[in-house]
Design a protein around this ligand. Sequence first.
Ligand code: JEW
Length: 248
Amino acid sequence: MTIFPRMVEAALAEGVVGRAIDRGIIDVRVHDLRDFTTDRHRVVDDAPFGGGPGMVMKPEPFFRAVEHIRAERGQPSVVVLPTPQGRVFSHEVARQMSRLDHVVVLCGRYEGIDDRVRTLLATDEVSIGDYVLSGGELPALVILDAVARLVPGTVGDEQSVEQDSFVRGVLDCPHYTRPAEFCGEAVPAVLLSGHHADIRRWRKREALARTLVRRPDLLAGATLDDEEQEILSELVTQREKEHGDEGD
Ligand code: JEW
């Protein structure tokens, strides 16, 4: 639920999520909070008690909208409130949500929402990261996108979802397509060689090398096959030689 339904609807029409909705794999309803006001001017905000700058979203439209959803579609599994104060969203949180039947997301604007929406209506407070956005719509779309991909049938190839970097704990390897040379940069020769075992090993090495440099924290929880273990040991040894006494 949002005061900007067109913003959310526009994003839902595109890409894999749009196709999943068209195919009936997931069902997404967008509710305009102004439809749940009772005054002539459809007001959704008011001045904060105690004074101070900006406006706060009134609680009643959220409560009336959730009541409408309960009556039409039954009790939701969770009521998510995007907020910078929530637990940080991750692939693991997305995986848990993808198993739920019915997820409601409450999108705030202005300086925030009357806190009784949080205490009485929300079951789950979620942050998509440590930066301040101007409302909950982009977080709602980020959550929806990440969760929808994990619903079987949304992404055509289930295996590709299992191969995604945050499932395996290893960043993706570089990808190339035609032309074989572009702006003086050649595609690595191994990818043109047709030697499938060499290509597989090169991709593993590139992925592990990137992970080691950029996100070594991921490797602690990664599941590596024997070949990957071996490549990683080589890379670590190589880096120790290059960096000498610069620490771990
Ligand atoms: C986010 C919802 C609703 C989530 C992440 N809150 C707040 C707030 C805002 C502006 C000034 C002060 C406080 C904007 N705002 C939101 C921000 C979610 C709302 C209003 C949000 N970052 N930002 N991860």
